[in-house]
Design a binder for this molecule. Sequence first.
Ligand code: SPV
Ligand code: MG
Length: 554
Amino acid sequence: MIKSKKLRELFKKDGVIKIVGAHDGITAKLVELNGFDGVWASGLEVSTSYAVPDANILTMTQYLQAASVMNDAVSIPVVADCDTGYGNSNNVMFMVKKYETAGIAAVTIEDKLFPKVNSYIPGRQELAPIAEFVGKILAAKNAQATEDFMVIARVEALIAGWGQEEALKRAHAYVQAGADAILIHSKASTPDEIARFAKAWDFSAPLVIVPTAYPMISLEEVEELGVKMVIYANHGLRAEIKAINEVLSQIREEGRLDRINDKIVPMSEVFELQGMTQMKETEKIFLRSGEEEVKVIIPAAGAPSAHNQTSLEPLLQDRPLAALDINGKSILQRNIETLNKSKLYDISVVRGYKKAALGVEGVTYFDNPKHQSEHILSSIFCAEEKMDCKTLIIYSDILFENWLIERLKSVNSDFVIVVDNSFKRSLNRNKKLDLVVTKESLVLGDRVLTYEHLYEVEKIGKTLPEETASAEFIGVAMFSKKGVEIFKKVYHDALREYKNKPFHEAENIFQASLEDLLQHLIELGYKVEALQVNSGWMEIHTFENYKFACSIVR
Ligand code: SPV
Ligand code: MG
Protein backbone atom coordinates (compact mmCIF):
# COMPACT_ATOMS: atom_id res chain seq x y z
CA MET A 1 0.00 0.00 0.00
CA ILE A 2 1.38 3.41 -0.83
CA LYS A 3 2.40 5.27 2.26
CA SER A 4 0.09 8.28 1.94
CA LYS A 5 -2.79 5.83 1.87
CA LYS A 6 -1.40 4.07 4.92
CA LEU A 7 -1.33 7.38 6.75
CA ARG A 8 -4.89 8.21 5.66
CA GLU A 9 -6.01 4.85 7.00
CA LEU A 10 -4.33 5.60 10.33
CA PHE A 11 -6.26 8.88 10.48
CA LYS A 12 -9.50 6.96 9.87
CA LYS A 13 -8.83 4.36 12.55
CA ASP A 14 -9.41 4.79 16.28
CA GLY A 15 -6.54 5.73 18.55
CA VAL A 16 -3.71 8.22 18.57
CA ILE A 17 -1.14 8.05 15.77
CA LYS A 18 2.36 8.11 17.25
CA ILE A 19 5.24 9.28 15.12
CA VAL A 20 8.85 9.93 16.09
CA GLY A 21 11.54 12.31 14.87
CA ALA A 22 14.47 11.04 12.82
CA HIS A 23 17.14 12.44 10.55
CA ASP A 24 18.57 9.61 8.50
CA GLY A 25 17.98 6.04 7.43
CA ILE A 26 19.05 4.34 10.61
CA THR A 27 17.21 6.66 13.01
CA ALA A 28 14.08 6.24 10.88
CA LYS A 29 14.49 2.48 10.88
CA LEU A 30 14.81 2.42 14.66
CA VAL A 31 11.51 4.34 14.87
CA GLU A 32 9.86 1.65 12.78
CA LEU A 33 11.49 -1.23 14.65
CA ASN A 34 10.24 0.21 17.92
CA GLY A 35 6.69 -0.07 16.74
CA PHE A 36 5.73 3.53 15.97
CA ASP A 37 3.22 4.43 13.28
CA GLY A 38 5.34 6.82 11.31
CA VAL A 39 8.50 8.88 11.05
CA TRP A 40 8.71 12.63 11.57
CA ALA A 41 11.40 13.92 9.21
CA SER A 42 12.26 16.63 11.68
CA GLY A 43 13.77 19.92 10.53
CA LEU A 44 15.47 20.24 13.89
CA GLU A 45 17.01 16.77 13.62
CA VAL A 46 18.13 17.12 10.02
CA SER A 47 19.67 20.54 10.78
CA THR A 48 21.43 19.09 13.81
CA SER A 49 22.74 16.20 11.75
CA TYR A 50 24.54 18.84 9.64
CA ALA A 51 25.50 20.66 12.86
CA VAL A 52 23.75 23.85 11.72
CA PRO A 53 20.92 25.82 13.38
CA ASP A 54 17.30 24.89 12.71
CA ALA A 55 16.74 28.19 10.93
CA ASN A 56 16.46 27.38 7.21
CA ILE A 57 20.20 27.33 6.85
CA LEU A 58 19.89 24.18 4.78
CA THR A 59 18.08 24.20 1.47
CA MET A 60 14.90 22.40 0.54
CA THR A 61 16.96 19.93 -1.47
CA GLN A 62 18.93 18.92 1.60
CA TYR A 63 15.80 18.43 3.72
CA LEU A 64 14.17 16.51 0.89
CA GLN A 65 17.22 14.30 0.46
CA ALA A 66 17.18 13.49 4.18
CA ALA A 67 13.44 12.76 4.14
CA SER A 68 13.86 10.48 1.12
CA VAL A 69 16.63 8.53 2.80
CA MET A 70 14.36 8.05 5.83
CA ASN A 71 11.47 7.06 3.61
CA ASP A 72 13.57 4.50 1.76
CA ALA A 73 14.66 2.93 5.05
CA VAL A 74 11.15 2.24 6.38
CA SER A 75 7.80 0.84 5.39
CA ILE A 76 5.81 3.19 7.63
CA PRO A 77 4.72 6.64 6.42
CA VAL A 78 7.01 9.63 6.71
CA VAL A 79 5.59 13.02 7.65
CA ALA A 80 8.05 15.69 6.56
CA ASP A 81 8.58 18.88 8.48
CA CYS A 82 8.83 21.44 5.67
CA ASP A 83 9.17 24.55 7.83
CA THR A 84 7.47 27.46 6.07
CA GLY A 85 7.57 25.77 2.68
CA TYR A 86 11.02 27.18 1.87
CA GLY A 87 9.77 30.43 0.42
CA ASN A 88 6.47 31.69 -0.90
CA SER A 89 3.59 29.82 -2.59
CA ASN A 90 5.69 29.17 -5.67
CA ASN A 91 8.26 27.39 -3.57
CA VAL A 92 5.50 25.47 -1.79
CA MET A 93 4.13 24.12 -5.07
CA PHE A 94 7.55 22.93 -6.18
CA MET A 95 8.18 21.46 -2.74
CA VAL A 96 4.91 19.50 -2.70
CA LYS A 97 5.63 18.06 -6.12
CA LYS A 98 9.08 16.94 -5.03
CA TYR A 99 8.06 15.47 -1.65
CA GLU A 100 5.07 13.67 -3.07
CA THR A 101 7.14 12.17 -5.88
CA ALA A 102 9.68 10.98 -3.30
CA GLY A 103 6.94 8.95 -1.61
CA ILE A 104 6.56 11.12 1.47
CA ALA A 105 3.07 10.64 2.91
CA ALA A 106 2.48 14.13 4.29
CA VAL A 107 4.13 17.51 4.69
CA THR A 108 3.66 20.10 7.40
CA ILE A 109 4.12 23.79 6.72
CA GLU A 110 4.11 26.40 9.45
CA ASP A 111 2.71 29.92 9.38
CA LYS A 112 5.92 31.76 10.18
CA LEU A 113 7.99 33.98 7.94
CA PHE A 114 10.83 32.52 5.90
CA PRO A 115 13.52 32.02 7.16
CA LYS A 116 12.02 30.51 10.28
CA VAL A 117 13.74 29.87 13.58
CA ASN A 118 13.05 26.81 15.71
CA SER A 119 9.96 27.36 17.84
CA TYR A 120 11.81 26.95 21.14
CA ILE A 121 14.26 29.78 20.43
CA PRO A 122 13.19 32.92 22.26
CA GLY A 123 12.90 36.17 20.34
CA ARG A 124 12.12 36.39 16.63
CA GLN A 125 9.07 34.17 15.98
CA GLU A 126 7.43 36.17 13.23
CA LEU A 127 4.05 35.01 11.97
CA ALA A 128 3.08 35.27 8.32
CA PRO A 129 -0.14 37.16 7.54
CA ILE A 130 -3.09 34.74 7.46
CA ALA A 131 -3.80 35.50 3.81
CA GLU A 132 -0.25 34.69 2.79
CA PHE A 133 -0.32 31.33 4.58
CA VAL A 134 -3.78 30.49 3.25
CA GLY A 135 -2.28 31.08 -0.19
CA LYS A 136 0.44 28.54 0.58
CA ILE A 137 -2.08 25.90 1.64
CA LEU A 138 -4.15 26.47 -1.46
CA ALA A 139 -0.97 26.18 -3.51
CA ALA A 140 0.07 22.99 -1.74
CA LYS A 141 -3.32 21.29 -2.14
CA ASN A 142 -3.46 22.38 -5.73
CA ALA A 143 0.00 21.00 -6.44
CA GLN A 144 -0.46 17.51 -5.06
CA ALA A 145 -0.97 14.81 -7.67
CA THR A 146 -2.60 12.08 -5.59
CA GLU A 147 -5.63 12.23 -3.39
CA ASP A 148 -4.14 10.71 -0.26
CA PHE A 149 -1.12 12.98 0.10
CA MET A 150 -1.69 15.17 3.18
CA VAL A 151 -0.88 18.80 3.86
CA ILE A 152 -0.76 19.58 7.57
CA ALA A 153 -0.97 23.24 8.54
CA ARG A 154 1.04 24.20 11.58
CA VAL A 155 -0.26 27.05 13.68
CA GLU A 156 2.48 28.99 15.48
CA ALA A 157 0.28 31.64 17.09
CA LEU A 158 0.74 30.20 20.59
CA ILE A 159 4.51 29.98 20.03
CA ALA A 160 4.61 33.64 18.94
CA GLY A 161 2.51 34.63 21.94
CA TRP A 162 -0.50 35.82 19.95
CA GLY A 163 -2.98 33.91 22.07
CA GLN A 164 -5.75 31.35 21.71
CA GLU A 165 -8.11 33.45 19.69
CA GLU A 166 -5.56 34.11 16.99
CA ALA A 167 -4.61 30.44 16.99
CA LEU A 168 -8.22 29.35 16.49
CA LYS A 169 -8.83 31.97 13.82
CA ARG A 170 -5.80 30.80 11.89
CA ALA A 171 -6.62 27.12 12.29
CA HIS A 172 -10.11 27.65 10.89
CA ALA A 173 -8.80 29.66 7.96
CA TYR A 174 -6.28 26.94 7.13
CA VAL A 175 -8.90 24.18 7.26
CA GLN A 176 -11.07 26.20 4.95
CA ALA A 177 -8.15 26.50 2.55
CA GLY A 178 -7.95 22.69 2.49
CA ALA A 179 -5.49 21.72 5.24
CA ASP A 180 -5.88 18.01 6.07
CA ALA A 181 -4.93 18.49 9.73
CA ILE A 182 -3.87 21.23 12.15
CA LEU A 183 -0.61 20.98 14.04
CA ILE A 184 -1.15 23.23 17.03
CA HIS A 185 2.21 23.97 18.56
CA SER A 186 2.91 25.19 22.09
CA LYS A 187 6.05 25.72 24.10
CA ALA A 188 4.25 26.08 27.42
CA SER A 189 5.67 23.86 30.11
CA THR A 190 2.29 22.28 30.89
CA PRO A 191 -0.38 20.87 28.57
CA ASP A 192 -2.91 23.53 29.68
CA GLU A 193 -2.49 25.78 26.65
CA ILE A 194 -2.95 22.87 24.25
CA ALA A 195 -5.89 21.56 26.30
CA ARG A 196 -7.58 24.93 26.07
CA PHE A 197 -7.13 25.02 22.32
CA ALA A 198 -8.39 21.48 21.88
CA LYS A 199 -11.47 22.14 23.98
CA ALA A 200 -12.35 25.16 21.83
CA TRP A 201 -11.64 23.35 18.55
CA ASP A 202 -14.55 22.18 16.41
CA PHE A 203 -12.58 19.28 14.93
CA SER A 204 -13.29 20.36 11.40
CA ALA A 205 -9.85 18.81 10.89
CA PRO A 206 -7.86 16.46 13.14
CA LEU A 207 -5.34 17.90 15.60
CA VAL A 208 -1.64 17.13 15.84
CA ILE A 209 0.61 18.06 18.77
CA VAL A 210 4.33 18.08 19.62
CA PRO A 211 4.60 17.70 23.41
CA THR A 212 8.35 18.37 23.71
CA ALA A 213 7.84 21.27 26.15
CA TYR A 214 5.08 19.53 28.14
CA PRO A 215 6.36 15.93 28.23
CA MET A 216 4.21 14.96 31.21
CA ILE A 217 1.12 14.59 29.05
CA SER A 218 0.18 10.91 28.80
CA LEU A 219 -1.16 9.17 25.77
CA GLU A 220 -4.52 8.79 27.55
CA GLU A 221 -4.69 12.54 28.10
CA VAL A 222 -3.77 13.15 24.47
CA GLU A 223 -6.61 10.88 23.45
CA GLU A 224 -9.04 12.52 25.85
CA LEU A 225 -8.28 15.88 24.27
CA GLY A 226 -9.30 14.39 20.95
CA VAL A 227 -5.82 14.84 19.48
CA LYS A 228 -5.26 12.44 16.59
CA MET A 229 -1.52 12.49 16.14
CA VAL A 230 1.35 13.01 18.54
CA ILE A 231 4.88 13.78 17.40
CA TYR A 232 7.74 12.76 19.69
CA ALA A 233 9.89 15.15 17.74
CA ASN A 234 13.51 14.80 18.74
CA HIS A 235 13.98 12.19 21.44
CA GLY A 236 16.01 9.77 19.34
CA LEU A 237 18.45 12.52 18.42
CA ARG A 238 18.84 13.63 22.01
CA ALA A 239 19.37 10.07 23.18
CA GLU A 240 21.98 9.62 20.47
CA ILE A 241 23.94 12.73 21.47
CA LYS A 242 23.98 11.69 25.11
CA ALA A 243 24.98 8.10 24.39
CA ILE A 244 27.74 9.06 21.95
CA ASN A 245 29.17 11.60 24.40
CA GLU A 246 29.20 9.09 27.22
CA VAL A 247 30.99 6.43 25.21
CA LEU A 248 33.48 8.77 23.57
CA SER A 249 34.42 10.45 26.83
CA GLN A 250 34.98 7.07 28.43
CA ILE A 251 37.21 5.94 25.56
CA ARG A 252 39.12 9.23 25.76
CA GLU A 253 39.59 8.82 29.50
CA GLU A 254 40.49 5.14 29.58
CA GLY A 255 42.37 4.77 26.33
CA ARG A 256 40.84 1.35 25.69
CA LEU A 257 37.68 -0.07 24.19
CA ASP A 258 36.83 -3.11 26.25
CA ARG A 259 34.99 -1.40 29.11
CA ILE A 260 32.28 0.22 27.04
CA ASN A 261 30.83 -2.97 25.65
CA ASP A 262 27.63 -2.71 27.66
CA LYS A 263 27.06 0.77 26.23
CA ILE A 264 27.33 -0.15 22.57
CA VAL A 265 25.61 -2.66 20.33
CA PRO A 266 27.59 -5.53 18.83
CA MET A 267 28.67 -5.26 15.20
CA SER A 268 26.20 -8.03 14.38
CA GLU A 269 23.35 -5.69 15.33
CA VAL A 270 24.77 -3.02 13.07
CA PHE A 271 24.92 -5.47 10.18
CA GLU A 272 21.38 -6.63 10.89
CA LEU A 273 20.10 -3.05 10.84
CA GLN A 274 21.88 -2.41 7.56
CA GLY A 275 19.99 -5.31 6.03
CA MET A 276 23.11 -7.39 5.51
CA THR A 277 21.31 -10.66 6.30
CA GLN A 278 18.74 -9.99 3.64
CA MET A 279 21.40 -8.95 1.15
CA LYS A 280 23.22 -12.22 1.74
CA GLU A 281 20.01 -14.14 1.09
CA THR A 282 19.22 -12.36 -2.15
CA GLU A 283 22.76 -12.49 -3.46
CA LYS A 284 22.55 -16.26 -3.30
CA ILE A 285 19.98 -15.96 -6.06
CA PHE A 286 21.25 -13.03 -8.04
CA LEU A 287 25.00 -12.75 -7.61
CA ARG A 288 26.43 -15.02 -10.26
CA SER A 289 30.02 -15.47 -11.24
CA GLY A 290 29.70 -17.80 -14.19
CA GLU A 291 31.66 -20.38 -12.21
CA GLU A 292 29.94 -23.55 -11.11
CA GLU A 293 28.59 -23.25 -7.60
CA VAL A 294 30.55 -25.22 -5.02
CA LYS A 295 29.53 -25.71 -1.39
CA VAL A 296 31.77 -26.90 1.38
CA ILE A 297 30.94 -29.11 4.33
CA ILE A 298 33.35 -29.43 7.24
CA PRO A 299 32.38 -32.10 9.77
CA ALA A 300 33.81 -30.92 13.09
CA ALA A 301 31.52 -32.64 15.58
CA GLY A 302 33.79 -35.30 17.02
CA ALA A 303 35.47 -35.36 20.41
CA PRO A 304 39.25 -35.93 20.47
CA SER A 305 39.69 -39.55 19.59
CA ALA A 306 41.22 -41.74 22.25
CA HIS A 307 43.54 -43.63 19.94
CA ASN A 308 44.52 -40.82 17.65
CA GLN A 309 44.84 -37.67 19.60
CA THR A 310 45.99 -38.55 23.12
CA SER A 311 48.88 -36.10 23.12
CA LEU A 312 46.52 -33.25 22.24
CA GLU A 313 43.91 -34.16 24.82
CA PRO A 314 44.98 -31.59 27.42
CA LEU A 315 44.46 -28.87 24.82
CA LEU A 316 41.09 -30.21 23.79
CA GLN A 317 39.31 -30.25 27.15
CA ASP A 318 37.22 -27.24 26.28
CA ARG A 319 37.24 -27.17 22.50
CA PRO A 320 37.09 -29.39 19.45
CA LEU A 321 40.22 -29.80 17.40
CA ALA A 322 39.03 -27.34 14.77
CA ALA A 323 38.99 -24.63 17.42
CA LEU A 324 42.63 -25.23 18.34
CA ASP A 325 44.56 -22.01 18.13
CA ILE A 326 47.50 -21.77 15.78
CA ASN A 327 49.30 -18.48 16.29
CA GLY A 328 46.18 -16.48 17.07
CA LYS A 329 43.69 -18.12 14.72
CA SER A 330 41.87 -21.41 15.01
CA ILE A 331 42.37 -24.19 12.50
CA LEU A 332 38.80 -23.65 11.34
CA GLN A 333 39.29 -19.91 10.92
CA ARG A 334 42.45 -20.51 8.88
CA ASN A 335 40.74 -23.07 6.68
CA ILE A 336 37.77 -20.81 6.06
CA GLU A 337 40.08 -17.99 5.04
CA THR A 338 41.87 -20.40 2.69
CA LEU A 339 38.56 -21.49 1.18
CA ASN A 340 37.45 -17.86 0.82
CA LYS A 341 40.65 -17.19 -1.15
CA SER A 342 39.36 -19.78 -3.61
CA LYS A 343 36.03 -17.93 -3.71
CA LEU A 344 34.28 -20.60 -1.69
CA TYR A 345 31.90 -18.80 0.62
CA ASP A 346 29.08 -21.26 1.21
CA ILE A 347 30.70 -23.20 4.00
CA SER A 348 28.85 -25.39 6.48
CA VAL A 349 30.38 -26.61 9.69
CA VAL A 350 28.84 -29.48 11.60
CA ARG A 351 29.31 -29.08 15.33
CA GLY A 352 28.95 -31.42 18.27
CA TYR A 353 31.67 -31.73 20.91
CA LYS A 354 32.15 -28.37 22.75
CA LYS A 355 30.34 -26.61 20.00
CA ALA A 356 30.32 -23.22 21.71
CA ALA A 357 34.08 -22.98 21.16
CA LEU A 358 33.58 -22.83 17.38
CA GLY A 359 32.98 -19.11 17.19
CA VAL A 360 33.98 -18.49 13.59
CA GLU A 361 31.63 -16.19 11.69
CA GLY A 362 30.63 -16.39 8.06
CA VAL A 363 29.69 -20.06 8.02
CA THR A 364 26.45 -21.94 8.43
CA TYR A 365 26.44 -24.16 11.48
CA PHE A 366 24.65 -27.48 11.70
CA ASP A 367 24.58 -29.49 14.90
CA ASN A 368 24.93 -33.23 15.16
CA PRO A 369 22.97 -34.11 18.29
CA LYS A 370 24.23 -37.68 18.01
CA HIS A 371 27.91 -36.82 17.77
CA GLN A 372 28.71 -38.97 20.80
CA SER A 373 27.17 -42.14 19.51
CA GLU A 374 27.56 -41.74 15.74
CA HIS A 375 30.47 -41.12 13.42
CA ILE A 376 31.60 -38.72 10.75
CA LEU A 377 29.26 -39.83 7.95
CA SER A 378 26.31 -39.04 10.18
CA SER A 379 27.83 -35.58 10.81
CA ILE A 380 28.32 -34.92 7.11
CA PHE A 381 24.66 -35.69 6.52
CA CYS A 382 23.57 -33.18 9.15
CA ALA A 383 24.36 -30.65 6.40
CA GLU A 384 22.49 -32.60 3.75
CA GLU A 385 20.27 -29.64 2.85
CA LYS A 386 23.40 -27.97 1.47
CA MET A 387 24.18 -30.86 -0.89
CA ASP A 388 22.50 -29.50 -3.98
CA CYS A 389 25.51 -28.67 -6.16
CA LYS A 390 29.18 -29.57 -6.47
CA THR A 391 30.20 -30.31 -2.88
CA LEU A 392 33.55 -30.34 -1.15
CA ILE A 393 33.94 -32.28 2.07
CA ILE A 394 36.93 -31.38 4.17
CA TYR A 395 37.90 -32.91 7.49
CA SER A 396 38.35 -30.45 10.29
CA ASP A 397 41.69 -31.76 11.50
CA ILE A 398 43.83 -30.72 8.58
CA LEU A 399 45.36 -27.48 7.39
CA PHE A 400 45.72 -26.96 3.67
CA GLU A 401 46.87 -24.41 1.16
CA ASN A 402 44.51 -22.87 -1.31
CA TRP A 403 46.27 -24.08 -4.46
CA LEU A 404 45.24 -27.59 -3.39
CA ILE A 405 41.61 -26.47 -3.46
CA GLU A 406 42.17 -24.70 -6.79
CA ARG A 407 43.51 -27.90 -8.31
CA LEU A 408 40.64 -29.88 -6.95
CA LYS A 409 38.08 -27.39 -8.28
CA SER A 410 39.54 -27.72 -11.74
CA VAL A 411 39.08 -31.48 -12.08
CA ASN A 412 36.04 -33.09 -13.57
CA SER A 413 34.96 -36.22 -11.81
CA ASP A 414 31.84 -37.31 -9.98
CA PHE A 415 33.81 -38.63 -7.01
CA VAL A 416 37.30 -37.40 -6.43
CA ILE A 417 39.39 -37.74 -3.31
CA VAL A 418 42.72 -36.11 -2.58
CA VAL A 419 45.53 -38.52 -1.74
CA ASP A 420 49.17 -38.27 -0.78
CA ASN A 421 51.74 -41.04 -1.04
CA SER A 422 54.44 -39.51 1.11
CA PHE A 423 53.19 -41.44 4.13
CA LYS A 424 55.59 -44.23 3.33
CA ARG A 425 58.41 -41.93 4.32
CA SER A 426 56.92 -40.25 7.36
CA LEU A 427 57.92 -41.45 10.78
CA ASN A 428 56.26 -41.67 14.18
CA ARG A 429 52.74 -42.15 13.01
CA ASN A 430 50.53 -43.12 15.87
CA LYS A 431 47.40 -43.04 13.86
CA LYS A 432 45.64 -45.43 11.57
CA LEU A 433 45.79 -43.97 8.11
CA ASP A 434 42.93 -43.92 5.65
CA LEU A 435 44.69 -45.94 3.00
CA VAL A 436 43.95 -46.03 -0.68
CA VAL A 437 44.74 -48.63 -3.30
CA THR A 438 44.71 -47.32 -6.85
CA LYS A 439 44.54 -49.33 -10.07
CA GLU A 440 47.51 -47.60 -11.60
CA SER A 441 50.36 -46.80 -9.23
CA LEU A 442 50.97 -43.24 -8.24
CA VAL A 443 54.08 -41.33 -9.18
CA LEU A 444 56.69 -41.75 -6.45
CA GLY A 445 59.44 -39.40 -5.47
CA ASP A 446 59.95 -35.99 -4.01
CA ARG A 447 59.63 -34.10 -7.25
CA VAL A 448 56.53 -35.24 -9.00
CA LEU A 449 54.44 -33.72 -11.67
CA THR A 450 50.86 -34.84 -11.42
CA TYR A 451 48.79 -32.11 -13.06
CA GLU A 452 45.14 -33.11 -13.07
CA HIS A 453 45.82 -36.77 -13.69
CA LEU A 454 43.33 -38.88 -11.77
CA TYR A 455 43.88 -42.41 -10.53
CA GLU A 456 41.02 -44.82 -10.23
CA VAL A 457 40.56 -45.99 -6.65
CA GLU A 458 40.11 -49.70 -6.06
CA LYS A 459 39.94 -49.77 -2.32
CA ILE A 460 39.86 -47.36 0.58
CA GLY A 461 39.98 -48.09 4.29
CA LYS A 462 41.93 -48.17 7.50
CA THR A 463 42.48 -51.90 7.59
CA LEU A 464 44.16 -52.36 4.21
CA PRO A 465 47.67 -53.77 4.45
CA GLU A 466 50.09 -50.85 4.19
CA GLU A 467 52.27 -52.59 1.63
CA THR A 468 49.39 -52.80 -0.84
CA ALA A 469 48.36 -49.18 -0.37
CA SER A 470 49.54 -46.58 -2.80
CA ALA A 471 48.50 -43.50 -0.90
CA GLU A 472 46.69 -42.00 2.04
CA PHE A 473 43.36 -40.16 1.80
CA ILE A 474 43.96 -36.69 3.26
CA GLY A 475 40.37 -35.97 4.23
CA VAL A 476 39.38 -33.82 1.25
CA ALA A 477 36.82 -35.07 -1.24
CA MET A 478 34.79 -33.47 -3.96
CA PHE A 479 31.56 -34.66 -5.50
CA SER A 480 30.09 -33.22 -8.67
CA LYS A 481 26.43 -32.16 -8.72
CA LYS A 482 25.60 -35.59 -10.18
CA GLY A 483 28.02 -37.28 -7.75
CA VAL A 484 26.42 -35.67 -4.74
CA GLU A 485 22.97 -36.85 -5.81
CA ILE A 486 24.30 -40.42 -6.02
CA PHE A 487 26.14 -39.95 -2.69
CA LYS A 488 22.86 -38.96 -0.99
CA LYS A 489 20.86 -41.78 -2.53
CA VAL A 490 23.45 -44.43 -1.72
CA TYR A 491 23.67 -43.16 1.86
CA HIS A 492 19.90 -43.30 2.37
CA ASP A 493 19.74 -46.79 0.88
CA ALA A 494 22.57 -47.84 3.20
CA LEU A 495 20.80 -46.27 6.16
CA ARG A 496 17.95 -48.70 5.65
CA GLU A 497 20.09 -51.72 5.01
CA TYR A 498 23.03 -51.34 7.39
CA LYS A 499 21.30 -50.31 10.61
CA ASN A 500 22.31 -53.45 12.40
CA LYS A 501 25.05 -54.96 10.33
CA PRO A 502 28.62 -54.08 9.42
CA PHE A 503 29.01 -51.43 6.78
CA HIS A 504 32.49 -52.06 5.38
CA GLU A 505 34.89 -51.32 8.26
CA ALA A 506 32.20 -49.90 10.50
CA GLU A 507 29.94 -51.81 12.91
CA ASN A 508 26.92 -50.31 11.21
CA ILE A 509 25.99 -47.31 9.08
CA PHE A 510 25.83 -45.00 12.10
CA GLN A 511 29.46 -45.71 12.91
CA ALA A 512 30.59 -45.27 9.34
CA SER A 513 33.22 -42.88 8.09
CA LEU A 514 33.28 -41.19 4.70
CA GLU A 515 35.78 -43.86 3.59
CA ASP A 516 33.23 -46.60 4.24
CA LEU A 517 30.76 -44.90 1.96
CA LEU A 518 33.42 -44.34 -0.69
CA GLN A 519 34.27 -48.05 -0.57
CA HIS A 520 30.58 -48.79 -0.87
CA LEU A 521 30.33 -46.56 -3.96
CA ILE A 522 33.24 -48.43 -5.53
CA GLU A 523 31.57 -51.76 -4.83
CA LEU A 524 28.36 -50.51 -6.37
CA GLY A 525 30.37 -49.85 -9.54
CA TYR A 526 30.87 -46.10 -9.30
CA LYS A 527 34.21 -44.71 -10.31
CA VAL A 528 35.98 -43.00 -7.42
CA GLU A 529 39.13 -41.21 -8.49
CA ALA A 530 42.16 -39.91 -6.65
CA LEU A 531 43.98 -36.63 -7.18
CA GLN A 532 47.58 -36.91 -6.05
CA VAL A 533 49.23 -34.18 -4.04
CA ASN A 534 52.54 -34.43 -2.29
CA SER A 535 52.45 -31.29 -0.21
CA GLY A 536 50.22 -28.36 0.62
CA TRP A 537 48.48 -29.90 3.59
CA MET A 538 49.09 -31.33 7.02
CA GLU A 539 47.01 -32.99 9.64
CA ILE A 540 46.96 -32.01 13.27
CA HIS A 541 46.80 -35.19 15.24
CA THR A 542 49.64 -35.05 17.68
CA PHE A 543 51.26 -32.46 19.84
CA GLU A 544 54.24 -32.74 17.47
CA ASN A 545 52.00 -31.88 14.49
CA TYR A 546 50.60 -28.98 16.46
CA LYS A 547 54.00 -27.60 17.41
CA PHE A 548 55.15 -27.94 13.83
CA ALA A 549 52.07 -26.14 12.50
CA CYS A 550 52.64 -23.32 14.99
CA SER A 551 56.23 -23.03 13.85
CA ILE A 552 55.46 -22.70 10.15
CA VAL A 553 52.12 -20.91 10.04
CA ARG A 554 52.26 -17.16 10.34
C1 SPV B 1 11.10 19.79 14.43
O1 SPV B 1 11.28 18.71 14.99
O2 SPV B 1 11.89 20.26 13.63
C2 SPV B 1 9.91 20.59 14.74
C3 SPV B 1 9.30 20.43 16.02
O3 SPV B 1 9.54 21.36 13.93
S1 SPV B 1 9.88 21.66 17.03
O4 SPV B 1 11.30 21.49 17.19
O5 SPV B 1 9.14 21.49 18.23
O6 SPV B 1 9.61 22.94 16.41
MG1 MG C 1 10.91 21.89 12.56
